[in-house]
Design a protein. Structure first.
Length: 170
């Protein structure tokens, strides 16, 4: 009953003062939350989005290498095989290494570093098998090249693609 002994003017002043304090507290919490959102939006724009763009380019270039090597196997003339091999070498030896180097500079976490390491390992394993397949194709061993294209190199490429599922290694 202490409040009833206080004058109405004092009660109103106390109530408005309490409301003002609560309003200031809510405003401060809101400002902190907006700052957090701004930080995360900035991180997305300056780190994650460029990484995703480079990964999309890597995906496209690696798929191009796979398509070209498959086409090399099914081409019926040496001239057409040479055209496909030139496209293959350009992507494998110039485009993809440049994209990998760009992506490596954008890595921002240990988890990303682990995925990148697995990606490079699986890519190198695929390329080694793909080179053997191209050698068979160039030597005229169509049956052997086609067997590799649908067997070992296909499996290696699928393993490379599995890295993109972003699961931590076990």
């Amino acid at each position: 009953m202490f409040i009833r002994q206080i004058s109405i003017r004092a009660r109103l002043t106390l109530a408005f003062g309490l409301l003002l304090a609560l309003l200031i507290m809510v405003g401060g919490i809101g400002a902190l939350q907006i700052q957090r959102v701004q930080f995360n939006a900035n991180d997305l724009g300056t780190n994650w989005l460029p990484s995703v763009e480079v990964l999309a380019s890597i995906s496209g270039a690696t798929n191009e290498v796979r398509r070209v090597s498959q086409r090399h196997v099914i081409e019926d003339s040496a001239e057409k095989k040479q055209v496909q091999e030139a496209r293959y070498r350009k992507n494998k030896d110039k485009v993809i290494p440049a994209l990998f180097a760009t992506y490596e500079k954008l890595i921002a976490s240990p988890h990303e570093r682990e995925i990148y390491s697995r990606m490079r390992t699986s890519w190198d394993a695929f390329v080694a098998l793909d080179e053997k397949m191209l050698a068979l194709s160039n030597a005229g061993d169509e049956a052997g090249a086609k067997a590799m294209a649908t067997g070992e190199t296909a499996k290696a490429f699928l393993q490379f693609l599995d890295v993109w599922s972003l699961k931590p290694s076990s």
